[in-house]
Design a protein around this ligand. Structure first.
Ligand code: PLP
Length: 286
């Protein structure tokens, strides 16, 4: 069945959604996006995702509608696509809009292009199998805190990882781990969590912050500080976080086996805490 998407005020079948070739999103990747998971028709951590969307918009100087508009958009997207009991991933994108000709400097009176769609999400309640990842140099720009649609660096890194048969690399700059091209990174050593601090070098992941809060509730110490590549061999556990993966254990980085290569106890506890928070969100007994 064709999905119904939102484009600039209209609700239309996905295959009929079209934008101008002069849209600055198409010509320059001049825009931002946001992804919100939906569990049984209910958007998870929506206020946080919208706060990050507004920040991204502010950082690139686009103003679009108000809080009520975005809440209604999310609500209508779920309703019109019959996701009332289903799990999905909402994708929302705002570009600076279309101009008569291509110039780097945007004109003053552009009307932003707003697009939103929802796709199925396979929600899991189990403990995902540990994956193997690879370490690559972070070649992306220096404003990774903005959720920009300009993802060429991320794509090249994903291709490089796929070429050695892994789904996600982790990245380093000058010997310090930043994140993955589509995930944040957590190391576990002596029962404590380590993750890169929030600054211009990483996306402030909503799942990252959620896991930090779940860890605090569970009494697990968290250090938001630079983590050295040189310390990777001494790790007990390692996992990645993102809205679509939640908490993904890692068993191996290149030739380095993490711990015994299995999902460790701290990671397992956080996976269970994450599932419990989803059950609470759905109004189910935890
Ligand atoms: N880091 C990057 C570069 C990402 O693209 C993503 C998500 O796509 C994340 C981290 C994880 O963010 P979130 O937990 O908000 O999905």
């Amino acid at each position: 069945m064709s999905s119904t998407v939102y484009l600039n005020g209209d609700w239309i079948a996905a295959e009929h959604a079209k934008v101008s070739v002069f849209d600055r999103g198409f010509l320059f990747a001049d825009g931002i996006y946001e992804v919100v998971p939906v569990y049984s028709g209910k958007p998870f951590l929506l206020e946080r995702h919208l706060a990050r969307l507004y920040r991204s918009l502010r950082e690139i100087g686009i103003s679009v509608a108000d809080d009520a508009f975005w809440h209604e958009l999310v609500h209508d997207l779920i309703k019109r696509n019959n996701y009332g009991d289903a799990n999905g991933l909402i994708y929302m994108q705002v570009t600076r809009g279309a101009e008569a000709s291509r110039t780097h400097l945007p004109g003053p009176d552009l009307k932003p292009t707003v697009f939103a769609t929802i796709n199925p999400l396979a929600l899991h309640w189990d403990q995902p199998a540990p994956v193997r990842i690879t370490l690559l140099e972070d070649i992306r720009w220096l404003r990774c805190d903005i959720k920009s649609i300009s993802l060429l660096g991320n794509i090249l890194l994903k291709q490089q990882a796929a070429a050695v048969g892994v789904i996600e690399p982790i990245l380093h700059r000058d010997g310090l781990i930043t994140e993955g091209p589509a995930s944040n990174f957590f190391a576990v050593r002596n029962g404590a969590l380590y993750t890169a601090p929030k600054n211009h070098l990483i996306l402030p992941g909503i799942s990252r912050d959620w896991v930090i809060e779940l860890a605090a509730e569970a009494g697990i110490p968290v250090h938001e500080e630079p983590f050295k590549v040189a310390d990777l061999p001494q790790l007990d556990e390692l996992f990645l976080t993102s809205s679509s993966r939640e908490v993904q254990p890692v068993g191996q980085i290149d030739d380095i086996i993490i711990g015994d290569g299995q999902c460790g106890p701290v990671t397992a506890a956080l996976i269970e805490a994450f599932h419990a928070s989803k059950r609470r969100h759905l109004g189910r007994v935890s």
